[in-house]
Design a protein around this ligand. Structure first.
Ligand code: SAM
Length: 330
């Protein structure tokens, strides 16, 4: 079965959040009065594996594990292993804040993890503590260095924030020049009870213009490997590259191929839409089987919205959807 929607988009990418818990409190990610999802409502790993099996049977070829902080959930390494051994055909990716992984790098390597996306908004220790509420920059830098030594490829994602990390564009470019790492700035999206993204918004075009004043940035041609939403640029004499992801100023809804499942088993067909489809009750109902799950996922996919319509309808400084990013997984 191939998942397609009403306007002809094919869905082949699933982002699965394994927890809403996180050891950081990033200013753009958690809402003021956020509450953790109660434990009994969080899917067990067996339930997640069943969803991965189903997804694989529905033409999903790329799976990203996210959170919350996925490495903060007990048993996550075992879960990665199980997914990898039952689905070697899946292109498995993981998104992490990198704070907990340095001691896990040898094991990650051993189980076959060959790349990681690490979210890192600043290279300055004080700013890191201000943005995330915790003083963990050195742990992230140590993890990056351990991954590179072990041959695990790293992409860094930084939320672009005026007045917070715009002064560091040069430092990030230098970092990518010195290390074989792609550093991608992603535009600040108005999520949850947002009041900050408008005043802090730093567009991908502005970043490019400022970057070009610092170095020679050459666009990388779109290829089968470089076909994601990031516009990539090589950096003069650089081992790594700079990338720009512009979900707000130049959306990529028409080619969106993603579904998301939250840690409490809610299927979301668009990052900006609060419409969810509850899979947990079906998973836990012994009278309902995989056929029901498949039917619900296929029907939900058919109605996948175009998120930029929702972004355009947003008024004032409110978030485009009420759910905070830590519960969705990015
Ligand atoms: N804890 C993991 C991490 O830090 O990568 C995974 C979860 S985190 C919610 C996933 C991604 O969402 C991170 O790269 C984070 O920076 C991004 N993100 C969260 N809120 C955002 C926002 N309002 N705008 C843009 N990106 C955001």
């Amino acid at each position: 079965m191939i998942l397609t929607d009403k306007i002809g988009r094919t869905v082949n990418y699933l982002r699965l959040s394994v927890t809403d818990r996180c050891n950081l409190r990033c200013m753009y990610c958690v809402t003021k009065d956020f509450k953790f999802i109660p434990h009994p409502e969080i899917l067990r790993y067996e339930e997640m594996l069943r969803l991965v099996d189903l997804a694989a049977s529905m033409n999903i070829s790329k799976l990203r594990l996210t959170g919350g902080e996925p490495f903060a959930r007990r048993g996550f390494m075992g879960f990665i292993s199980s997914v990898m051994s039952s689905h070697p055909e899946l292109d498995l990716r993981i998104t992490t804040n990198g704070t907990l992984i340095e001691p896990l790098v040898p094991e990650l390597k051993k189980i076959g993890v060959s790349r990681l996306n690490i979210s890192l908004d600043t290279l300055d220790r004080k700013t890191f503590a201000e943005v995330t509420g915790r003083d963990h920059l050195n742990d992230v830098l140590a993890a990056i260095s351990a991954c590179l030594s072990a041959g695990i490829r790293i992409k860094i994602n930084a939320v672009a924030m005026k007045g917070i990390n715009d002064k560091e564009l040069g430092s990030f470019i230098d970092f990518a020049r010195e290390h074989p790492i792609d550093i991608r700035f992603i535009e600040f999206m108005p999520m949850g009870d947002d009041t900050k993204s408008d005043s802090r918004f730093w567009s991908a075009d502005d970043i490019l213009e400022q970057g070009r004043q610092l170095t020679n940035l050459i666009p990388v041609k779109r290829t089968a490997e470089n076909r994601g939403p990031a516009r990539m640029y090589t950096i003069e004499n650089g081992k790594g590259r700079l990338g720009l992801i512009s979900p707000v100023s130049s959306h990529f809804c028409s080619t969106c191929n993603r579904l998301r499942i939250t840690s409490d088993g809610k299927l979301r067909t668009c990052l900006f839409s609060d419409r969810t489809y509850r899979l947990r009750n079906i998973l836990r109902n012994p009278k309902l089987g995989d056929d029901t799950l498949r039917r619900v996922i296929a029907a939900a996919t058919r109605d996948k919205p175009l998120g930029y319509h929702l972004l355009e309808q947003r008024s004032g400084s409110e978030g485009v959807c009420v759910t905070q990013m830590s519960a969705i997984g990015g």
